[in-house]
Design a binder for this molecule. Structure first.
Ligand code: ADP
Ligand code: ADP
Ligand code: ZN
Length: 218
């Protein structure tokens, strides 16, 4: 299963990814998580990415394409993978197609999670993430058992700086301008699966599984 999760910031990509990787036993490749890890570890990559992420802008393609290609070459990704947050602009999608073709692979499907912008703002302002393992929570819709503490690893839950309102607005604008064209791109290649992301977390998950079953075993 070689999957891409597509959708605006706050659509539920990370949340659904946590469930899908367990179901299919494939690695979760989140460019956002990889870039945040690089910033935390003060690497060269982190230094390159930080100013863009703080402003809610996209990190340059050559940087992001490089880290994804490297990650897809690792042995755990040879039997399948789930990409979350990549590709974003069309040139990244073209680079991914080229990379997969050169390595004798292809995408199984691209799952687009659709959610209204008003709902996205509420989701992002209430989002909390584990600073240690990246698990995703929400102050209302997905509370941790113990407030502020990750259920999975006891790490501390944080409110990402780019989830504050001003940056969120810019990220949504960047999504409309630069990432939304991917919907048409993948529709044309016949890979697109549309899912209504406004239902509960479990309902969205069931719809994704149903759509994937229809695709793989119609
Ligand atoms: P993305 O990775 O697409 O930016 P996340 O998975 O981080 O989105 O979800 C954004 C926020 O919305 C999180 O706080 C998450 O707990 C919450 N959330 C995700 N899916 C749903 C849903 N179906 N209903 C309600 N809240 C959700
Ligand atoms: P969200 O889960 O809310 O969609 P991400 O964690 O995926 O957010 O991304 C956070 C930030 O990391 C983005 O605003 C952007 O600055 C950077 N980023 C992540 N993935 C990419 C990518 N594929 N191309 C360029 N920048 C990226
Ligand atoms: Zn954790």
């Amino acid at each position: 299963m070689n999957l891409v999760l597509l959708g605006p910031p706050g659509a539920g990509k990370g949340t659904q990814a946590e469930k899908l990787i367990k179901e299919f036993q494939i690695p979760h490749i989140s460019t956002g998580d990889m870039l945040r890890e690089a910033i935390k570890n003060r690497t060269e990559l982190g230094a390159q990415a930080e100013k863009y992420m703080t402003a809610g802008e996209l990190v340059p393609d050559e940087v992001v394409i490089g880290i994804v290609a490297e990650r897809l070459m690792q042995s755990d990704a040879t039997g399948g993978f789930l990409l979350d947050g990549f590709p974003r602009p069309v040139p990244q999608a073209r680079a991914l197609d080229q990379f997969l073709q050169e390595n004798g692979k292809a995408l199984t499907a691209v799952v687009n999670i659709e959610v209204d912008p008003q709902i996205l703002i509420a989701r992002l302002s209430g989002r909390r993430v584990c600073g240690t393992c990246g698990a995703v929570y929400h102050v209302e819709t997905k509370q941790a058992k113990e407030p502020g503490i990750c259920d999975l690893c006891q790490g501390e839950l944080i409110h990402r700086a780019d989830d504050h309102e001003e940056t969120v607005k810019n990220r949504l604008a960047v999504y409309s301008e630069q990432t939304e064209p991917l919907i048409q791109y993948y529709r044309e290649s016949g890979l697109l699966l549309q899912v209504n992301g406004e239902k509960s977390i479990d309902e969205v998950y069931r719809e994704i599984i149903q759509e994937l079953r229809n695709r793989v075993d119609p």
